[in-house]
Design a protein around this ligand. Structure first.
Ligand code: ADP
Length: 460
């Protein structure tokens, strides 16, 4: 950034300096020409009057003119027919006037200007004017050495030569300082972000000013970290819960096998042990199935197999299959009659949801209780209600009941064979159909789960 800045600034400065130098040098030379023209004309006038006074003695007139005039560092000489009539200083030096200058002066009405070599390296600016006195034609030459002007311009050039690198150096250092200062928070943020890993995901970037770009970036990154932190946390929790849940049936299977194998037993005992092992193995595979379904749901791989079917038929079918469990506990399971309700959705997932709800209702309702299920059409959607007269859910648990592996009453659910995943799956199925699931429960009186599903075509 600084390099670009210095480059552009340098280019600008160089262009500006060249422009200024050219403008000043042009102005200086045109001023010089102007004053040389004026001096030449004044000198010519004086020379004419001196000639009158000296009665045509050119040399005397020229000498007198030179004496009277203050020409500064300009030199004057008088020529006739290409020959110098005067030497213009004590050393006898004569301005050398090229042929072309005489010719130009002959043609021109005023002084004609040119640049000639001589004096020193820099040369001189020369003005030649034809001065006619009576019959004779003289040429008056005035030469202004250029070394002062050249030196002045050189001094100006030197200033630019020194000033440009100086200005660039200052600008570069300033730019670098500014860049460092403005990028320092980015560097600090980079360092902080680099030190955050899965182990310290709870750490956050420092937000110095939440209203500038960097502050906003830090806030966005912090929000990202929070989301990551939450998913890591739930992943950790899920892994811990899953291992815990899997351990129980596994240790029962192992214990049962060890006891059965520890000594010779009769067939009935072996059968009993194997039945327990079978039970636990079933429970394990159900749990693994549930976990798999949820894992698929999480990464969006579980596609809905959408088709149209009669929802009331499905509900009745589920109730029939749960009837066995209900009968075993002497619970009356009733289905409120409904007219035909067609619905577009994933039938097998919805069956799973309804069975889960019915199984729970039967599981958490004591013998002699009632479970009823109902399906109704509601403006633009359907509602499935599963109500029981069971133990209910404590108020503090209602919010968490749909979480994975959550159980309101750990000891009781475990003996009933639940894994704590049933309601998570029910919730996911409802949401996958753009619907929702709600619980209305009073401890000791019963619970009512209501699933609301919109009739519109599900997104998947
Ligand atoms: P589980 O396999 O343990 O039944 P769920 O996810 O299906 O797991 O349910 C989570 C918890 O919610 C249960 O452990 C239980 O405490 C509570 N619960 C679910 N349904 C009911 C109900 N109908 N009545 C009372 N409590 C319920």
């Amino acid at each position: 950034m600084t390099l670009w800045y210095v480059l552009v600034f340098g280019l600008l400065l160089a262009c500006f300096s060249v422009f200024v130098y050219v403008a000043i040098s042009r102005a200086t030379y045109s001023r010089l020409d102007q004053s040389l023209t004026n001096s030449t004309e004044t000198t010519a006038n004086l020379l004419r009057s001196e000639m009158d006074e000296n009665e045509g003695d050119v040399t005397a007139a020229a000498a007198e003119t030179q004496k009277l005039l203050s020409l500064g560092d300009a030199h004057m000489a008088l020529f006739q027919g290409g020959h110098a009539l005067t030497a213009n200083d004590s050393s006898g030096w004569v301005i050398s006037v090229p042929e072309s200058a005489f010719r130009a002066a002959e043609a021109a009405s005023g002084p004609s200007l040119s640049t000639v070599d001589g004096f020193d390296e820099e040369g001189a600016r020369l003005a030649v004017l034809r001065v006619g006195v009576g019959e004779a034609d003289y040429f008056l030459a005035l030469a202004q050495p250029l070394h002062n002007t050249v030196e002045e311009l050189e001094a100006l050039g030197r200033i630019f030569y020194l000033a440009i690198p100086g200005a660039l150096l200052v600008a570069g250092m300033g730019g670098l300082l500014l860049a460092r200062k403005s990028l320092a928070p980015v560097a600090a943020m980079t360092e902080q972000a680099a030190s955050i890993s899965a182990r310290n995901l709870h750490e956050r970037l420092e937000v110095t000013n939440s209203r500038d770009e960097l502050g906003r970036l830090a806030t966005v990154l912090n929000n990202l970290l929070s989301r990551l932190d939450r998913s890591f946390e739930s992943l950790r929790q899920f892994t811990a819960d899953a291992s815990h849940e899997l351990r129980t049936p596994l240790s029962i299977i192992r214990g049962e096998a060890e006891v059965a194998l520890s000594q010779n037993r009769d067939e009935a005992e072996y059968r009993e042990s194997l039945a327990i092992v079978q039970d636990e193995a079933r429970r394990l595979s159900r749990m693994v199935d549930d976990m798999l379904a949820l894992a698929r749901a999480d990464d969006g791989r579980q596609r809905l197999n959408v088709e149209e079917f009669y929802l009331n038929d499905l509900v009745e079918e589920c109730a029939r299959s749960s009837q066995v469990l209900a009968l075993a506990k002497a619970i009356s399971l009733t289905v409120d009659p409904a007219t035909d309700i067609t619905f577009r959705g994933d039938e097998s997932l919805l069956r799973r949801m309804i069975v889960n709800l019915l199984d729970n209702a039967i599981k958490y309702t004591p013998s002699g209780g009632q479970v009823s299920v109902r399906v109704t059409s509601k403006d633009g959607g359907v509602e499935i209600t599963v109500a029981d007269t069971g133990i209910g859910v404590p108020a503090e648990a209602t919010a968490r009941i749909f979480e994975r592996f959550y159980r309101a009453d750990r000891a009781r659910s475990r003996t009933d064979g639940g894994s704590g995943l049933g309601l998570s799956i029910a919730k996911w199925v409802a949401e996958a159909h753009n619907g929702s699931i709600d619980l209305d429960s009073r401890p000791g009186e019963g619970s009512t789960f209501t699933v609301s599903l919109p009739q519109s075509k599900p997104t998947d």
